[in-house]
Design a binder for this molecule. Structure first.
Ligand code: UDP
Length: 480
């Protein structure tokens, strides 16, 4: 089996205050025709990076809308994730390429993951290149398959995209953050543009007052009485951490009291992170005012929230970027951002609204200095960007766009009629929660309404017990 990522429950109604009643009501309306549809989101890691960040918030809300949503990850070794990082870099325009031996590892591990797909779904959303081959290896299985690309793949390495194109062409649709991100000659039958979004009420983004944010950073060891620059990012060359340090050094020559924190998470599917971390540590070793923090030493969501709120300026000096959730996260908190003019960043940040766009180290330093010298102007600049975040980059908008796509694709690709047995209500054939085929001896049993159901695991049985109606509705969808 693929690895299930357990997420808690949440209610869309708690988003009324931040996203507005209209947005929430619209989602409930859109979801009506999708009740009971089984949707799998498949990616490579349950933590670290923007995809995990979004899925952690989105899956419970899809369930609250009556969709049988699951989040699973493909298993992979460090070796496999080094290869998929090479593919990721090549899609982003890197020139290192992918060697024949690496393709062999990619295909072998993908085949192992594909052999673990035992469940059945109506819609499978595959995120990024790591699980991309699964559609080819698993076959359609009566599902609609969507490739959700979070990478700016507008200028991919030609050899790498040529190798992936046959797999991509089997998808029913591909979704990109910006229209321009689709690779030239993008093969899927349908290309959609859906920008990501942040969760305004997650611990990462929930309101923290100044006192609490300051106390958190004081405890971490930052001098809260001096100006602070922050970049929050995976440790990745495309996020240009050494460029950030270079810009900070220019600022420091003119404003010696300034400090810099580089806050980075280590993602399971990004083994290059440690190598970049070591390069940064070496570069920063002679300056006690440069702090390096990671999720592995306790800098989690609340701490990132505190950094993004307390910082005088948030920097995101990316050279290439899919979207860069961190930019919207900072603007939402009223903190000005100086960011590289790359990928999806200009979509979030018009130069002069929410912050500034820069193209090199020197202009980054200049813009940071402008903001540090006039904190009142910096604050109003940041707040000017907040309304755009509310309108365009909060989670309910993202979910709405996705629901419209799901409904539309299912209309063109009606679900095949399901007999009760195939849909598992008879309890003879499949787990009604995850759709997995059951052997004759599945031992997790539950009775509901005088009928017995069997499950592949205790967690599926528990999920069913909490809301049997949801899963029985799934079964009854057949032949819509
Ligand atoms: N992040 C985090 N801790 C860190 C570094 C990053 O929680 O130390 C989060 C960050 O707040 C954001 C996500 O990871 O929500 C990164 O997403 P983004 O789109 O900016 O970049 P990606 O890593 O997907 O390239």
């Amino acid at each position: 089996m693929l690895q299930n990522v357990a997420v808690g429950r949440s209610s869309l109604d708690t988003y009324r205050a931040s996203a507005g009643d209209e947005a929430v009501d619209e989602l409930r309306r859109l979801a009506r025709s999708l009740e009971g549809v089984r949707v799998l989101h498949l990616n490579a890691t349950a933590y670290g990076g923007g995809v995990a960040e979004i899925l952690r918030s989105e899956i419970p809300l899809l369930r609250d809308l009556g969709i049988v949503a699951r989040w699973k990850t493909i298993p992979g070794s460090n070796e496999f994730f080094s290869v998929t990082k090479a593919i990721h870099n090549a899609l982003q325009g890197g020139t290192r390429g992918v060697t024949p031996a690496e393709w062999e590892i990619y295909e072998r591990t993908s085949a192992q993951a594909a052999a673990n797909v035992e469940e059945s779904y109506d819609i499978v959303v595959v995120h990024d290149p790591q699980p991309l081959m699964l559609r080819h290896l698993v076959g359609p299985r009566d599902a609609v398959w969507i490739w959700r690309c979070h990478i700016d793949s507008s200028e991919p390495d030609p050899a790498v995209i040529a190798r992936l194109t046959p797999f991509l062409s089997e998808y029913d649709a591909a979704v990109y953050t910006l229209g321009s991100f689709a690779p030239p000659d993008a093969p899927p039958r349908r290309v959609e543009v859906i920008p990501p979004a942040i969760d305004p009420i997650s611990p990462k983004n929930i309101h923290l007052d100044d006192t609490l944010a300051t106390e958190v950073l004081d405890w971490i060891g930052v001098d809260v009485s001096r100006p602070l620059l922050v970049q929050v990012s995976r440790f990745d060359h495309w996020k240009d951490p050494l460029g950030v340090i270079a810009a900070y050094r220019i600022v420091k020559r003119r404003m010696p009291e300034v400090q810099l924190a580089l806050v980075g998470s280590m993602a399971l599917d990004d083994p290059q992170g440690w190598q970049v971390y070591r390069e940064i540590s070496t570069d920063a070793a002679d300056d006690p005012d440069i702090y390096l923090f990671t999720n592995l030493t306790g800098v989690g969501n609340i701490e990132v929230n505190a950094f993004q709120r307390h910082a005088d300026v948030v920097i995101q000096k990316s050279l290439r970027e899919g979207f860069g959730l961190v930019v919207t996260e900072a603007i939402w908190k009223g903190t000005p951002v100086v960011a590289g003019r790359a990928g999806g960043i200009p979509l979030q940040l018009a130069d002069g609204v929410g912050g500034y766009l820069v193209d090199d180290v020197e202009s980054c330093a200049e813009r940071v200095l402008d903001l540090l010298r006039d904190p009142a102007a910096a604050r109003s600049l940041a707040l000017a960007g907040r309304e755009q975040v509310r309108r365009r980059f909060l989670l309910p908008r993202l979910i709405g766009d996705e629901l419209r796509l799901y409904a539309d694709l299912l209309e063109q690709h009606p679900l095949p009629p399901r007999t009760p047995a195939a849909a598992a209500v008879s309890g003879e054939d499949r787990d009604p929660v995850c759709g997995m085929r059951l052997g004759p001896h599945a031992e997790h049993l539950l009775s509901h309404d005088g009928r017995q159901y069997r499950f592949c695991s205790a967690s599926c049985a528990r999920e069913f017990a909490e809301n049997p109606h949801l899963f029985l509705r799934t079964a009854l969808r057949g032949g819509r």
